[in-house]
Design a protein around this ligand. Structure first.
Ligand code: SAH
Length: 278
C-alpha cells in the first residue's frame, strides 16, 4: 500500500474505511487529468494527491499553485503548459500531442489543471484526443473556482432565500470575443450568474444584461486570485461594474443577490489565515 495512504489510515480513525482499491494504480502509459482546485493546495482531492505522488511527468497549467507542485513525486518532470487571456491557443494541439507522446513512452502522465478539468478547462478536448489515440486515461474532478473560489469569499452559489438556479458561463469564446450567448435569455433565466473569463469584456457584458432588463442595482462581486494569499474581492452594482479598472485576474464575476451573504459568511482574509484556521 502507498506510504501516504498508510500513514493516513494509521493516524486518522475516520480514514479507516478507505483502502488501496479507492486509490487505483497510476499505470505507466496512462494519463490522468486531474483538477487541482481553485488555488489553496489543500483543495485538491485525495485521489489527485495520490496521482501527484506517483506521476513521472506533470503537465500543469498557469492556474496551478507552485506549492501544490512542490508536493509532487520528487522525481517527476514538471512541464509548464500555461495559456492565459482568451487568445487563440495554437499550443493546445501541442499540449495534447505531448500528453500522448509521454504516455506512449510508458510514462505516468499527470495533466494538472486549475479548478475542475471539465469546467471551461478543455478537459473534454484533451480526453477526447487521448481516446482517439487509444491512450488510457482517468478524470479526477476538482473544485471549480466558480464554486470553491466563491466559497472562499463567503459567497454561497445558491441559497434557499435567493435562488433556485445558477448559470455558469464564459465571458469570451475561443477567438477572444465576447461569448455569442443569448444574453437576454441569460439575464432573465437565473438570479445568479457565475462568469469565468469575464473581466476583459465586463463592460460589454454588463451592458447586455442591463439592455435585457436586468436591474441596474443588481449586485456584482469579483473574486480575484481566489483561495490564494492574494485573494481579493471587489463589489459593485451591475450599473457601475463596467467602469471598474485594474481588476486583478484570474477572477470570477458573480452577478446576483448571493454576494450579500458575504457580510455574514466571509471568513477568509488571506495570508494570515491561509489554512482557514488562523
Ligand atoms: N477549470 C477552471 C476554469 C478554467 S478557465 C475551474 O474549474 O476553475 C480560467 C478562468 O477560471 C479564469 O479566467 C477565471 O475566470 C477562473 N479562475 C480560475 N482560477 C481562479 C482563481 N483562483 N480565482 C479566480 N478565478 C479563477
Amino acid at each position: 500500500m502507498l506510504d501516504w495512504l498508510k500513514s493516513l489510515l494509521g493516524r486518522r480513525g475516520h480514514f479507516a474505511a478507505l483502502d488501496a482499491a479507492d486509490f487505483p494504480e497510476f499505470a505507466p502509459g496512462s494519463v490522468w487529468l486531474v483538477g487541482a482546485g481553485p488555488g489553496a493546495p489543500g483543495l485538491i482531492s485525495l485521489l489527485g494527491y495520490h496521482a501527484l505522488g506517483q506521476a513521472d511527468v506533470i503537465v500543469y497549467d498557469a492556474l496551478v499553485s507552485e506549492r501544490l507542485l512542490a508536493q509532487a513525486n520528487p522525481g517527476a518532470q514538471k512541464i509548464y503548459a500555461g495559456k492565459r487571456g482568451g487568445k487563440p491557443s495554437p499550443k493546445q494541439a501541442d499540449i495534447t500531442l505531448q500528453l500522448i507522446d509521454w504516455a506512449q513512452k510508458g510514462k505516468r502522465v499527470l495533466r494538472l489543471k486549475g479548478g475542475d478539468p471539465f469546467v471551461f478547462g478543455r478537459g473534454g478536448e484533451e480526453a477526447g484526443a487521448l481516446f482517439r489515440a487509444k491512450v488510457k486515461f482517468r478524470i479526477v474532478p476538482g473544485i471549480s473556482s466558480g464554486l470553491g473560489g466563491l466559497a472562499y469569499a463567503g459567497i454561497p452559489v445558491t441559497h434557499r432565500e435567493t435562488n433556485q438556479s445558477v448559470i455558469f458561463l464564459t465571458g469570451h469564446d475561443e477567438t477572444g470575443d465576447v461569448s455569442p450567448l443569448d444574453w437576454p435569455a441569460i439575464a432573465r433565466a437565473a438570479p445568479v450568474i457565475v462568469m469565468f473569463m469575464a473581466v476583459k469584456h465586463l463592460g460589454t457584458i454588463t451592458q447586455k444584461l442591463l439592455a435585457a432588463g436586468r436591474d441596474p442595482a443588481d449586485r456584482i462581486a469579483i473574486v480575484s486570485n481566489a483561495a490564494s494569499p492574494q485573494q481579493s474581492v471587489i463589489e459593485s452594482s451591475l450599473a457601475d461594474a463596467g467602469t471598474l479598472a485594474n481588476v486583478p485576474t484570474p477572477a470570477i464575476v458573480v452577478v446576483g443577490p448571493v454576494s450579500a451573504y458575504r457580510e455574514a459568511l466571509d471568513w477568509y482574509v488571506g495570508p494570515a489565515r491561509e489554512n482557514g484556521f488562523g
